[in-house]
Write a protein that binds this ligand. Structure first.
Ligand SMILES: Cc1ncc(COP(=O)(O)O)c(C=O)c1O
Length: 377
């Protein structure tokens, strides 16, 4: 056995998801969100594949260090990088990084814009502005649009490289949710105001996965898919029928069975001595919170060879205990590979719903102890 647990990433599925997105929005360019180590899938191999095999040219990170890692490790490839949240423009060394490594900070307040406009070296630097149209997180205040246009003009800037907004409720219907409608209309107004004021908008984008799934934002130059590139839908269960995307989950989380043993009802198991609710067979799996498998996953159901088991007792640092019914006894064996979630979207969604988490978090929680292994058919 060469591994304990591993995340098997199927790059063909990434290609499939990208193709589906391009079919939905053939005119839109994709700014692929690869925050948090490519949503847990390994940012470097994912971006290398996306650039070389899919022709994606723009990527979104959360932090300047993620962006720098991309530049340093993929310096043989041509692509643009945006830093969306943690831009730390006020630090001198970061300004140097943005300038020299061609990394674009997404500006979300007036003082950051002032900095860019007033600092030597940034004279021709692409300006990317993000407006707060109702998300109320980061973002420029729409009422500052006249001020911003004046600032740009005073510095001889007649174009904005990319104008952005982000939805707070993209998992809800775009056509009827009041907040979505309001955010959408605000963005229309902001774009119009800039254009009417003589500022060229080279790129605009508003849509992340839930929005793209509902085919909104395709009149902008760009879309910004994150989760859907990795397969799962980001629409809430009640609104799935509004989606036009059927992705393939790109990863499969595998572990293996360390040991199996029979138990009788009430046998205490593991830390805290949780009593088994019924007779059965316990499989000890080689995954725990030291791998990013949360203690909150206790009680979730897992499946092996058609049998349903339940994570019983506390999740340990390196192991979990799964109780299967007595009938599974002759089928579930030590050393077998055990799939926690497979490439069926249903597996991951069921697991995340049952554990009251979301696919984003399940993906991003996996720690480096889980090797990422890449497969191509
Ligand atoms: C500004 C912005 N755009 C796009 C995305 C991608 O979102 P999703 O993963 O829901 O597609 C994110 C996600 O963090 C984001 O912050």
């Amino acid at each position: 056995m060469k591994f304990r647990s591993r995340l098997v990433v199927n790059l063909n599925h990434l290609a499939y998801n990208y193709t589906q997105i391009k079919k939905m929005a053939p005119e839109s360019s994709v700014l692929f969100m690869v925050k948090a180590d490519g949503y847990g899938h390994g940012m470097i191999p994912i971006v290398r594949y996306a650039v070389t095999e899919l022709g994606v040219k723009e990527f979104g990170c959360a932090t300047i260090s993620e962006a720098l890692k991309l530049r340093e490790e993929l310096n043989d490839l041509e692509f643009d990088i945006y830093v969306f949240s943690d831009i730390q423009l006020e630090l001198l060394e970061n300004a140097d990084i943005y300038l020299k490594r061609r990394i674009i900070p997404v500006i979300s307040n007036v003082s950051e814009l002032e900095y860019i406009l007033h600092t030597d070296g940034f004279n021709y630097f692409p300006i990317c502005l993000k407006f707060n149209t109702g998300m109320n997180r980061l973002g420029l205040d729409p009422s500052d649009a006249p001020l911003i246009v004046n600032m740009l003009k005073q510095h001889g800037r007649i174009s904005v490289h990319h104008l952005i907004q982000h939805y707070a409720n993209a998992s809800y219907p775009m056509g009827s949710n009041e907040r979505n409608i309001s955010q959408r209309n605000r963005f229309i107004d902001i774009k119009k105001f800039f254009r009417d004021s003589g500022i060229t908008l080279e790129r605009t984008s508003q849509s992340n996965s839930g929005t793209i799934e509902q085919q909104i934002g395709f009149d902008d130059t760009h879309i910004r898919p994150g989760l859907m590139m990795y397969g799962p839908t980001s629409l809430l269960d009640d609104y799935k029928e509004l989606g036009h995307f059927q992705g393939k989950v790109v990863s499969r989380l595998e572990t293996y069975i360390l040991r199996t043993f029979d138990v009788l009802a009430q046998t205490p198991i593991g830390y805290g001595s949780t009593p088994c609710p019924h007779d059965g067979v316990v499989a000890i799996l080689a995954i725990g919170y030291g791998d990013g498998f949360s203690t909150r996953y206790g009680g979730a159901h897992l499946y092996h060879k058609g049998f349903e088991g339940v994570i019983i007792g506390r999740v340990n640092m390196d192991m979990i205990q799964v109780l299967f019914p007595v009938e599974a006894r002759d089928h579930i064996k030590a050393h077998e590979i055990f799939t926690i979630w497979g490439e069926q979207e249903g597996d991951l969604l069921r697991f995340s719903m049952e554990t009251k988490t979301i696919p984003y978090e399940v993906f991003c929680s996996l720690l480096p102890r889980i090797p990422r292994v890449y497969r191509l058919n």
